[in-house]
Design a protein around this ligand. Sequence first.
Ligand SMILES: NC(=O)c1ccc[n+]([C@@H]2O[C@H](COP(=O)([O-])OP(=O)(O)OC[C@H]3O[C@@H](n4cnc5c(N)ncnc54)[C@H](OP(=O)(O)O)[C@@H]3O)[C@@H](O)[C@H]2O)c1
Length: 203
Amino acid sequence: MTTLVTGATGNTGRHVVAELLRRGQGVRALTRDPVAAARLLPAGAEMVAGTHTEPERLDDALRGVSRLHITVTAGLAEVGPELVRRAVGAGVAAAALLDDGHAGRAYHLTGYEALTPRERITLLSEAVERKIDFVAITHEQAVERLTATGVSRADAEYVVGWYARPTEDSTTVVDTVQRVTGRTPRTFAQWVNDHAERFRSPR
Ligand SMILES: NC(=O)c1ccc[n+]([C@@H]2O[C@H](COP(=O)([O-])OP(=O)(O)OC[C@H]3O[C@@H](n4cnc5c(N)ncnc54)[C@H](OP(=O)(O)O)[C@@H]3O)[C@@H](O)[C@H]2O)c1
């Protein structure tokens, strides 16, 4: 069974690719740069050129795959329906998870614990054995920093507003990861320690 993974070389997608391969599944990784992707992704994944932003050009990539995992960088509302329509047209049974019983279900996921930014900085500071101060900035400064990276003002306002007033839903830990995967989610401290070297010497 082969799964087409979009966003396969990204922060999210590359873990999906690795996990599918680990479980002995076939993986076709959608990427705009198959040569670079081949260096990044584990051996065993088949690279296919393309991007989710052009779903009308994905018919070849979809041929012969039975599942589709969609991770998009932006514009899911615009490209998602067309991608799924083409996938269904190509005979793909669109399903994100391999085991039975997940079809048609949506899962609300959280990590192991709910931490404030200040708590995360403390853990990071400990992992890299360097004093890192937590410095609060104003709403306007946060919005300006985001817009300076190319994010629209409306999106920046939304993101900063969300961080300033997170919903109860987003700060309540649930056990979905444990229930669905049978594994306890990694703690933030474990993740920081796994990547401590990168934090010590940022690229
Ligand atoms: N990472 C997080 O912490 C996080 C948190 C919350 C939400 N999200 C959301 O989850 C989604 C995926 O996040 P991510 O961090 O995995 O994404 P990412 O690392 O930025 O990128 C995913 C991949 O999309 C591919 N891509 C195809 N067309 C692209 C285009 N026009 N512009 C940019 N990339 C393109 C790129 O692969 P190729 O270069 O190989 O084509 C890229 O590696 C996003 O919608 C993000 O907003 C992420």
